[in-house]
Design a binder for this molecule. Structure first.
Ligand code: GTP
Length: 807
């Protein structure tokens, strides 16, 4: 016999449930796959009433039968289980231990009652095996059994309608038509006598049971007939679950995958002698099974290769089609669950599905979040790249607007691609973060671009202002500051107009634009101011330059030669007042059109004071320069304070004094040179007194030649030794210098005379003249080099005056 139809003991004689046995049985007969398409049949009846024999013939099972020759003693212990052969749908049959036909009172703990309750709770069809001759008998063996069945039925809350199929064994010649009413009457009587709870007091038997009756000939005596009748009875079990079939009421059916668990639980409740609430039991079985199935699915996804790969991939990078892939994985899992739980209670399976879904979504959410993170990072990078290019093309504000819009859209699309069908996850937080990142980037780019722009215009202003301002300050005059103001105004205006139109591209608010323009204006002023400061730092050099230029050149810019006719005092005054003017221009920054009295104060205190022979007297009255700030001029606009002016002027005077002294001595020397001829009376006296000597010379021209030679030698010595130059430093140093240079010079002249002796007389004269001119030039150069400028530091002014090469 096929092992599919072998019987398995479900509950042993002591009431122990064979869990492993039933699991194995279910696997063997593939019951779990049947869903709701299965039926359970059980058989009850007195001991040795041929139950096993009937089941084996009816369903092709192999329940143990008693050997006919060993007499009627109990063979079946506990409850056995087998699958009916070749009956669709899958039909499970249970062979129960036979009843002994004794009354047991109200004690529900006997195995007989417990197994009857179990059979009623689990089965769709219950066969009641009975002897034909027991019908209508007061002491019939099956009466206590029926009473038990009806009693336990009361203990099932809202039971389903069970088919009670009475199988009458060893039927007599009395036709079934006559027997059945008697039997039904007996059954009704028993039903009526069974104590019922209040709710079921009036409930008819037909509400709980579908009673059917069949009669079979004796297997032992009329085997052939028995077999035929059994074969015809078998027909009733085909398609028993169809409406109107023996197991037509499917209300209480437990899905096949929950059968094992359900049976265990029912037996447990029965053993604990508790009432069996079948609907609640059904929900409980559904809950447990749905949870088990959900857990299986969760374990399945945790080991699912496809999911593991996706999870790994999304850790590192963006996964194209992430949403679809993940949706498919989740769908596979959830639809698997749906398939398996389809026959369980709907509310239970729905709630367990929700739990499973929540767990699944919790499991996959980190992957979704990292996917969103990749989408956000990629969008931000692409945005940065695109913005940098777009700014060049379209200008800042338009580029920012366009790029932001298009990349936020791209992000939204990316989010759609990452979204899964099973959840409506909200990516708005990530979106906000992206938005913030974009804003931060835009702000930084804007700041960089604005700073570039500012630097550009500042550079432009610097170039446009620096050199002209320097030139204007160098040529200090009354018009210097008005000219600087005009220049500043013009250049600032032109820079601002360019700057403002460049700012338009940034779409800034008016306040910011105004602020930036103001900053540029301030910058322009600062360029002028710093230039002025720079020039003020060199004021002493400028003053000395100006002085020496004016002092040593005439009105036509020709170098002066101090012939003696010049008014050195007047020239000095003019040159000094021009230098004072320069100082007054560089004293303060005059960018606002205000008049000040600085020039007056300076000339009053410095020029006039020096004219009147010193400053001591004017200080006694009221010295306007005895202060560290100018009247009505703020400290910030002051370049040189009054006291610094005074100290500078002193320095200037002392450093220019030498030039004036030089000029005076040059003038005096010239005067002396011009008055070399003796007075007329002396000439007359010479003529009268020297007449004899003159005549002697005329008579003897040789004397004339000798005198001429002496004159030439003397003149040559004068020039060669630079006697006037040597004695200008004093008589003693002059004599010392002469004594060392006299002999070599005489030797040199004699030697040259000897060398030139061969040449004609005219070239000799030219040569002498040349020598004379050269030595004169040397003398001039050594004079002018003596007033080279020097490094001077004004200790009380705090300003450093560095030297400039003399032009
Ligand atoms: N008179 C008669 N005897 C039968 C019939 N069928 C079987 N028997 C005999 O009854 C005896 C008991 O048969 P089983 O099939 O083992 O009876 P059972 O009801 O399963 O017995 P337990 O499981 O021990 O209660 C056997 O010796 C059978 O030969 C029948 O239709 N009529």
């Amino acid at each position: 016999m096929d092992e599919h139809y072998c019987s398995t003991q479900l509950i042993d004689g002591d009431g122990a449930f064979n869990v492993a046995g039933i699991e194995n049985f279910i696997k063997m007969v593939k019951l779990a796959e049947c869903g709701l398409s299965y039926a359970v049949v059980s058989i009850m009846g007195p001991q040795s009433s041929g139950k096993s024999t009937l089941l084996n013939h009816l369903f092709g099972t192999n329940f143990r039968e008693m050997d006919a020759f060993r007499g009627r003693s109990q063979t079946t212990k506990g409850i056995w289980l087998a699958r009916c052969a070749d009956i669709e749908p899958c039909t499970i049959v249970m062979d129960l231990e036979g009843t002994d036909g004794r009354e047991r009172g109200e004690d529900d703990t006997t195995f007989e009652k417990q197994s009857a309750l179990f059979a009623l709770a689990v089965s769709d069809i219950v066969l009641i095996n009975m002897w034909c001759h027991d019908i209508g008998r007061e002491q019939a063996a099956n009466k206590p059994l029926l009473k038990t069945v009806f009693q336990v039925m009361m203990r099932l809350f809202s039971p389903r309608k069970t088919t009670l199929l009475f199988v009458i064994r060893d039927k007599t010649k009395t036709p079934l038509e006559s027997l059945e009413p008697i039997l039904r009457e007996d059954i009704q009587k028993i039903w009526d006598n069974v104590p019922k709870p209040q709710v079921h007091k009036e409930t008819p038997l037909s509400e709980f049971f579908n009673v059917q009756v069949v009669a079979l000939s004796s297997y032992e005596e009329k085997e052939e007939q028995f077999k035929e009748q059994v074969a015809s009875l078998r027909q009733k079990f085909y398609h028993s679950i169809a409406p109107g079939g023996l197991a037509g009421d499917r209300r209480g059916v437990i899905p096949a995958s929950g059968f094992s668990f359900s049976a265990q639980q029912i037996w447990k409740v029965i053993k604990e002698n508790k009432d069996l609430d079948l609907p609640a039991h059904k929900v409980m079985v559904a809950t447990v099974r749905c949870e088990e199935i959900a857990n299986e699915k969760l374990a399945f996804i945790n080991a699912d290769e496809e999911w593991l790969q996706l999870e790994e991939a999304v850790q590192h990078d963006l996964v194209p089609g992430f949403g679809k892939k993940l949706s498919a994985i989740l769908d596979k899992c959830l639809s698997g669950y749906d398939m398996e739980v389809i026959y369980f209670d709907e509310s239970v399976r729905t709630s367990k599905r929700q739990e499973l879904e929540t767990k699944l979504l919790q499991l996959v959410n980190p992957a979704y979040q990292s996917m969103l993170g990749h989408v956000r990072a990629k969008t931000l990078n692409d945005f940065k790249e695109a913005l940098d290019k777009a700014i060049e093309r379209e200008g800042f504000a338009v580029a920012v607007h366009d790029c932001t819009q298009s990349f936020m859209l791209k992000f939204d699309k990316g989010c759609e691609g990452a979204a899964i069908e099973q959840a409506r996850w909200d990516p708005s937080k990530v979106r906000e973060k992206l938005r913030r990142d974009i804003d931060v980037y835009v702000t930084s780019v804007r700041a960089a671009k604005l700073s570039e722009l500012t630097t550009l215009y500042e550079g432009q202003l610097n170039r446009a202002l620096s050199e002209p301002v320097e030139a204007l300050l160098d040529a200090a005059s009354d018009d210097t500051w008005p000219a600087i103001r005009e220049l500043l105004q013009r250049e600032t205006k032109s820079a601002i107009s360019g700057f403002s139109s460049a700012l338009l591209a940034f779409d800034l608010d008016q306040a910011t634009v105004d602020k930036m323009i103001l900053q540029l204006e301030e910058y322009a002023k600062s360029v002028v101011e710093s230039k002025a400061k720079e020039e003020a730092g060199r004021v002493l050099i400028h003053m000395k330059d100006r002085f020496s230029t004016l002092f040593s050149h005439d009105a036509d810019s020709m170098p002066r030669v101090w012939t003696g006719k010049e008014d050195i005092k007047a020239i000095t005054k003019t040159a000094r007042s021009a230098s004072l003017k320069l100082m007054s221009v560089l004293t303060v920054i005059r960018l606002d059109d205000k008049n000040d009295k600085i020039e007056n104060a300076l000339s009053l205190s410095l020029m006039d004071a020096s004219d009147s022979g010193g400053s001591s007297r004017s200080i006694q009255i009221l010295d306007p320069l005895a202060s560290s700030s100018w009247e009505e001029v703020p400290q910030t606009k002051t370049l040189i304070t009054p006291v610094q002016c005074r100290s500078l002027w002193r320095q200037f005077q002392s450093e220019t004094e030498y030039t004036v002294t030089q000029a005076i001595s040059a003038q005096e020397a010239n005067k002396r040179n011009n008055s070399m001829l003796p007075p007329p009376w002396a000439i007359v006296a010479i003529l009268i007194l020297g007449f004899n000597e003159f005549m002697t010379l005329l008579r003897n021209p040789l004397y004339l030649v000798v005198i001429f030679v002496i004159f030439l030698v003397g003149k040559a010595l004068w020039v060669q030794l630079d006697i006037s130059g040597v004695f200008s430093n004093g008589a003693l140093p002059g004599l010392l210098s002469l004594s060392t240079r006299f002999l070599p010079t005489v030797m040199n002249i004699l030697k040259r005379l000897a060398d030139e002796g061969q040449r004609p007389a005219a070239p000799e004269r030219n040569r002498n003249q040349e020598l004379e001119t050269k030595s004169f030039r040397n003398g001039m150069r050594s004079n002018s080099s003596s007033d080279a400028s020097s490094n001077i530091t004004s200790s009380d002014s705090g300003i450093e005056y560095s030297s400039l090469p003399r032009q």
